[in-house]
Ligand binder design. Structure first.
Ligand SMILES: Cc1cc2nc3c(=O)[nH]c(=O)nc-3n(C[C@H](O)[C@H](O)[C@H](O)COP(=O)(O)OP(=O)(O)OC[C@H]3O[C@@H](n4cnc5c(N)ncnc54)[C@H](O)[C@@H]3O)c2cc1C
Length: 443
């Protein structure tokens, strides 16, 4: 067999790379995966997107990616149900209010504009300012009166909120299938199998060998292996500082309709101590493994409605304990997670208290964030000639997929690169040109 380009991994990253290469007229693209397409990490995301990022390069990549999402939504009759409900970061404590203002300033500094500040009750004006799909930037809502005038279902103690406009969610599976179908139509071949070996001669990729023993002659291999990125890097003798973290999400049936169906993604942007009863707190204190649940837990608990008006689905997430670990399946899911997240989100939406101790049919799933120490993806060439990476997309791989796939295509075809390309170059680690991020921006 022969291929112009072999892509290892048919998650959203590999599929997007195939789509953009095929769109540019590259023929003989072989997309190889040991699983059916889109069935590993890409199947279990929260499917959200936003263009608000503290690093200018991330903001630029994401704006570009969202441009594509909007364009493809238009071309496909919005097959993947892209919406623009926005992200709402909420705080209820004075100290957290200061940090929210800093977050707003940082995002503004990275190019998120305009930043509209609302201090008096002005919901009608706010509504008007949000009309039209061009509304971008963010709204900073100061004071509980303003926050509650627009979001009456939130905790009356809400002191401030930051609303990101170019944000929302979609069906990631449908986006992936659309890109895959278009790629196939343009000639991309999909093969089930594992990339077991890569033949490199004189510093160049010459062939890949698959699990069925077949050898595919190629001069270009794209590593889009998601959480197995490093395993595939090792096949060409390369290594990057990549690690994985377990991230879980909980779906439940909001039978009491506590979460409005039209709500944005709601995020509690502050640390908190959970409201346990005396007996619960005592039982947790006595268990060395569980004691941490009585201490201050980090911010970032979030939720959103899932499905249309008729649905009662809600998704909620909160990484209250960081779990860095090598990927393994089945996932080591936390049976306490639904109740813990529920308690945490009750600070945001007091109505959720009705579910304490008996959440209707909670379902937990998830996967691994693949991350680099600066939390920026790896997009571009490796050291070996003909070897490329598109991965380490952390908790933003769905929203970044189109921008990342396009950028990979620019590299592979030797086209002029946009300014933001440098920040994602894999070689930044060998050169020591990277920084620990100020804000993790993983959400
Ligand atoms: C709980 C959770 C919530 C998330 N929420 C969001 C969100 O709201 N928005 C967002 O944008 N992102 C979100 N993400 C992140 C997003 O899901 C990922 O960044 C993205 O799916 C990564 O895609 P990928 O194609 O790189 O990896 P994957 O989807 O994991 O695909 C990698 C593929 O490579 C294949 N593979 C690996 N090794 C080999 C080999 N040797 N041979 C053949 N095939 C191989 C695997 O089988 C797999 O199919 C979330 C993730 C999680 C876990």
């Amino acid at each position: 067999m022969k291929a112009e380009v072999v892509i290892c991994g048919a998650g959203i990253a590999g599929i997007s790379a195939a789509f953009f290469l095929a769109r540019e007229g590259v023929r003989e693209i072989l997309l190889v995966d040991e699983r059916p397409p889109l069935t590993l990490t890409s199947q279990y995301s929260t499917e959200c997107y936003r263009n608000a990022w503290p690093q200018p390069a991330m903001r630029a990549l994401m704006d570009r990616s969202v441009d594509w999402l909007e364009k493809l939504a238009g071309e496909s009759g919005n097959r993947f149900r892209l919406n623009r409900r926005g992200y709402l970061y909420v705080v209820t404590q004075e100290a957290a209010r200061e940090r929210l203002l800093q977050r707003a300033a940082q995002l503004q500094g990275a190019g998120l504009r305009p930043m509209r500040v609302w201090k008096a009750q002005s919901s009608q004006e706010m509504e008007r300012s949000q009309e039209g799909s061009e509304a971008t930037g963010a709204d900073l809502l100061l004071g509980s009166e303003v926050v509650l005038s627009r979001y009456p279902y939130l905790n009356p103690e809400a002191q401030a909120a930051l609303f990101i406009r170019r944000a929302g969610w979609m069906s990631a599976q449908q986006l992936g299938m659309y890109l895959l179908e278009e790629a196939r139509r343009a000639g991309v071949q999909v093969k089930m199998g594992r990339v077991n070996r890569v033949e490199v001669r004189k510093g160049r990729v010459v062939a890949v060998v698959l699990s069925d023993g077949s050898r595919v002659q190629t001069s270009r291999l794209v590593n889009a292996a998601g959480p197995m990125l490093e395993e595939v890097n090792a096949l060409v003798g390369e290594s990057f500082p990549v690690f994985t973290e377990l991230h879980q999400k909980v779906a439940f049936h909001d039978v009491h309709r506590v979460v409005p169906r039209q709500a944005p993604l709601l995020i509690l942007d502050e640390a908190q101590q959970l409201p346990w009863s005396e007996e619960e707190a005592q039982a947790l204190q006595e268990d060395a493994e569980m004691r941490f649940l009585t201490e201050t837990l980090p911010g970032g608990a979030h939720l959103r409605p899932e499905g249309g008006e008729a649905s009662d689905g809600v998704l909620m997430l909160w990484e209250y304990r960081l779990q860095r670990m090598p990927p393994r399946w089945p996932l080591p899911l936390d049976p306490w997670m639904p109740e813990v997240i529920l308690r945490g989100l009750t600070r945001l939406l007091p109505g959720l208290r009705v579910y304490w101790g008996h959440l209707p049919r909670p379902q937990v799933d998830g996967g691994y964030y693949t991350l680099t120490p600066d939390h920026l993806a790896l997009i571009g060439p490796g050291e070996t000639e003909g070897f490329y990476l598109i991965g380490a997309l952390g908790g933003y791989g769905i929203m970044a997929a189109c921008g990342a796939g396009e950028l990979l295509m620019y590299h592979l075809l030797g086209k002029p690169l946009p300014d933001y390309a440098t920040a994602f170059l894999p070689e930044r680690f060998a050169r020591g040109q990277w920084q620990v991020p100020e804000e993790d921006g993983k959400l």
